[in-house]
Design a protein around this ligand. Structure first.
Ligand SMILES: NC(=O)c1ccc[n+]([C@@H]2O[C@H](COP(=O)([O-])OP(=O)(O)OC[C@H]3O[C@@H](n4cnc5c(N)ncnc54)[C@H](OP(=O)(O)O)[C@@H]3O)[C@@H](O)[C@H]2O)c1
Length: 292
């Protein structure tokens, strides 16, 4: 079978489609025929930076596919599933025609979407949900979400609105203002801007900026970005964890029409270099899918 691997770190040219042995599912694992994955910033960072498992490595965190074999009683061939695989920590990349994953990582795919589109959900969705949990967002909050047109930010806006919070948003460019409004943000700014000062009971930063001055005294500040945290008491980073229950919670929201996934571009997996070029150029509104 074929997988997208890197044998060294570098630009998109280090991405290669290679013949690799088909995985054999171990105890409690499920073999999945990949239908689609998506691009996340961690993928280009793993490709470009000296991070991640030993090389050669298969990249990819998101998976939407069909079960072909299972040693776990909860899954049968033909089941449509999605998963998030923490590729950096475990080396289990999803950019392969067949992927073996522990059953504890899987959730039933949404039934209201084409299966491929569900690959837009796992990493971005679970990251957004866990970051909002970390910030202990409630319906009484006035939340600022930065990077709100992006994958994590766009889902976070919807989830925070679903909880009942009032959400304002910062996006990178004027042409993205409408996107954050459509997702439920009330006041939306584009960078660069002087944000309202000492206003928000919670800030979720997905853009890697210092939004500290916008936080009200005693507010909660959570970031998923790589950048250093501002010097605010209690400011915290949220690092996404594999979590089947969180994934299932997100699927339920999608199927109830309460969470919308946005797909910007679709590339075949052997066009992965072009997909990386597009992603790194920025300004993408929605996810970039890789179809298998
Ligand atoms: N800690 C974790 O567990 C975790 C989990 C998931 C993601 N992340 C990180 O979180 C970040 C966001 O991930 P993502 O998947 O949402 O990426 P994304 O889809 O690329 O979204 C990032 C968004 O931020 C926007 N942006 C950039 N600079 C901005 C600025 N100064 N002001 C406002 N918006 C700005 C980008 O706009 P342009 O495209 O126009 O630049 C883009 O819309 C990445 O750094 C990713 O690595 C961390």
């Amino acid at each position: 079978m074929r997988a997208i691997q890197i044998a060294r770190h570098g630009g998109p040219e280090v991405l290669s489609v290679r013949e690799v042995p088909q995985p054999t599912p171990g105890a409690g694992e499920v073999l999945i025929r990949t239908v689609a994955s998506s691009l996340n910033p961690v993928d280009w960072k793993t490709r470009a930076w000296e991070v991640g498992p030993e090389l050669p490595a298969t990249l990819g965190w998101d998976l939407a596919g069909v079960v072909t074999a299972a040693t776990h009683p909860g899954y049968r061939p033909g089941d449509q599933v999605i998963a998030m695989s923490a590729q950096i920590a475990t080396g289990r990349g999803t950019w392969a025609e067949q992927v073996a994953l522990p059953a504890r990582l899987l959730a039933a795919a949404p039934t209201t979407l084409p299966l491929a589109d569900a690959a837009a959900l796992p990493l971005a969705g679970v990251s957004a949900l866990q970051a909002l949990n970390r910030a202990a967002i409630t319906g009484g909050d006035h939340v600022l979400i930065t990077g709100a047109a992006g994958a994590v930010g766009g889902i976070a806006v919807q989830l925070a609105r679903h909880i009942g919070a009032t959400v304002d948003a910062l996006v990178s460019r004027p042409e993205h203002l409408y996107a954050a409004r459509e997702l439920g943000a009330e006041h939306v700014w584009h960078a660069p801007v002087d944000l309202p000062r000492r206003t928000y009971t919670a800030v979720l930063d997905t853009a890697g900026i210092d939004a500290g001055p916008a936080l009200a005294p005693g507010g909660r500040y959570v970031s998923v970005a790589d950048h250093p945290l501002p010097d605010i008491p209690g400011a915290a980073k949220s690092y996404v964890q594999e979590d089947q229950d969180h994934l299932a919670q997100l699927v339920a929201l999608v199927d109830r029409g309460e969470l919308r996934l946005r797909i910007a571009h679709r590339y075949r997996f052997d066009e992965v270099r072009s997909a990386h070029d597009r992603f790194e150029a920025g300004g993408v509104l929605g996810k970039i899918l890789l179809t298998f």
